[in-house]
Design a protein around this ligand. Structure first.
Ligand SMILES: NC(=O)c1ccc[n+]([C@@H]2O[C@H](COP(=O)([O-])OP(=O)(O)OC[C@H]3O[C@@H](n4cnc5c(N)ncnc54)[C@H](O)[C@@H]3O)[C@@H](O)[C@H]2O)c1
Ligand SMILES: O=c1ccn([C@@H]2O[C@H](COP(=O)(O)OP(=O)(O)O[C@H]3OC[C@@H](O)[C@H](O)[C@H]3O)[C@@H](O)[C@H]2O)c(=O)[nH]1
Length: 386
């Protein structure tokens, strides 16, 4: 840890970071790396702490005293401003961010992603504190290419699908497609933060994650989350594989995504944290353009990788099609394709992702199997006995 320098060769001073949503998937990985590799202190704010319990106890851990957990719901807790004032930097990760909620709980989604984030922005701006805010690749919505005729050669032209922070428009569906409640709320908070920067000098960085995946993402229904809950695709497919049931392809699984390993993505956030002069005032795509697949291809790959890591033979029919209405309910819609333009993050931070989709699935599914296989087996035998 001694002699750590930033990208311009300046020594990095220990800082205090108020991390809101620290108990979630991304927060837990950030906290882990901050504790093991830096001298920084974290004021970890969340309503849950299960995913960072291993960092909080026992008190003999080498970073004891550098991480404090504050069980706070930011909707209604006056302690928040004090914590932001105590810190040099606030990282805001708190949000409802699972698509199954966007069309079924649109009010909670909008409140969580816009209204609840407002005081955080205000406290940072009023107290002259730096803010790193987590937005989403969903602010781009659909690609321009999605509106071209199916057989148009322009669909192959990157100008019609690569998503660029400074050039791409944000294209959402109609209001009755409540899927876009999340993207729209995230877009508005981005605009507010940008305006605070322009009018009041707020030092900010906005992160747009493109499908970060890895261990500790979401939950396995009925094991460490509600039986009827619908997590994001990694956990949905993991659950199907653990239960030896077909993976469900929503509307045929034709949508395309680029997946990035959480550990690669965290490196990018670290560079932002420790290089304010290069990160302030910027919006960054953080993804892996080399890891693009259709959801159907993802299902096929996960089936193959899971068979390798678990030693179980895949089902003869490993996937089944399901309509989005049946799976998510009324008001669902989808992003067609998400390839991040990497120009700005390359230029400002010299960062590039490293891990291939196969490798990241292998380490992630090894973790899923080790963590959940036994519990799922027990839960299934109990259900059969009943
Ligand atoms: N994982 C991805 O690929 C991805 C993609 C795009 C955007 N993001 C954004 O990154 C952020 C973190 O995502 P994640 O994947 O870690 O999700 P997550 O659900 O695992 O983490 C969010 C955390 O915020 C906490 N939280 C929510 N509301 C809160 C409140 N009112 N008070 C206190 N804590 C609250 C939750 O308890 C949870 O621990 C979110 O803002 C999300 O929109 C993530
Ligand atoms: O079991 C499933 C689950 C999901 N899917 C499909 O898989 C794709 C990816 O679904 P995810 O649940 O991971 O969520 P999305 O990629 O659509 O959105 C995510 O992207 C960025 C973040 O802001 C959020 O974490 C989330 O909104 C979608 O096309 C979805 O319809 C399936 O085909 N089967």
């Amino acid at each position: 840890m001694a002699g750590r320098v930033d990208l311009d060769g300046n020594p990095i001073k220990p800082m205090t970071i108020c991390m809101i949503g620290a108990g979630g998937f991304i927060g837990s990985h950030l906290c882990e790396k901050l504790m093991s590799e830096t001298p920084h202190t974290v004021l970890a704010v969340d309503v849950y702490s299960d995913k960072i319990k291993h960092l909080l106890e026992p008190t003999s851990l080498p970073w004891n005293g550098r991480i404090q957990f504050h069980r706070i719901n930011i909707k209604n807790d006056s302690r928040l401003e004090g914590l932001i004032k105590m810190a040099d930097l606030t990282v805001n990760l708190a949000a409802i961010c699972t698509p199954a909620d966007y069309n079924t709980r649109p009010l909670d989604t909008i409140y969580s992603n816009f209204i609840d984030a407002l005081p955080v922005v205000k406290y940072c701006s009023e107290n002259g504190k730096r803010l790193i805010h987590f937005s989403t690749c969903e602010v781009y919505g659909k690609t321009i290419g999605a509106f071209l005729p199916e057989d148009s050669p322009l669909r192959q032209d990157p100008a019609y699908f690569v998503l660029s922070e400074e050039a791409s428009p944000c294209i959402f569906g109609p209001i009755e497609k409540q899927r876009w409640s999340y993207a729209c709320a995230k877009q508005l908070i981005e605009r507010l933060i940008y305006a605070e920067g322009a009018e009041n000098g707020l030092e900010f960085t906005i992160v747009r994650p493109f499908n970060w995946i890895g261990p500790r993402m979401d939950f396995i229904p009925g094991i460490d989350g509600p039986s009827e809950g619908v997590p994001r695709v990694l956990a949905c497919f993991s659950n199907n594989l653990l239960r030896h049931e077909p993976l469900k392809l929503v509307d045929g699984g034709h949508s395309q995504r680029t997946f990035i390993y959480i550990k690669d993505a965290i490196e990018a956030v670290f560079l932002m944290i420790e290089n304010p002069a290069r990160a302030n005032g910027h919006i960054f795509n953080v993804g892996n353009p080399n890891n693009e697949v259709t959801v159907k291809q993802l299902a096929e790959m996960m089936t193959q990788v899971y068979s390798k890591v678990s030693g179980e033979t895949p089902l003869e029919t490993p996937t089944v099609d399901v309509s989005s209405k049946e799976f998510y309910g009324e008001g669902y819609d989808d992003s067609d394709k998400r390839i991040p333009d990497m120009t700005i993050i390359n230029r400002q931070l010299g960062w590039n992702p490293k891990t291939s989709l196969w490798d990241l699935l292998e380490s992630t599914l090894t973790y899923q199997h080790r963590t959940y296989a036994e519990a799922v087996k027990q839960a299934m035998s109990k259900t059969t006995a009943n």
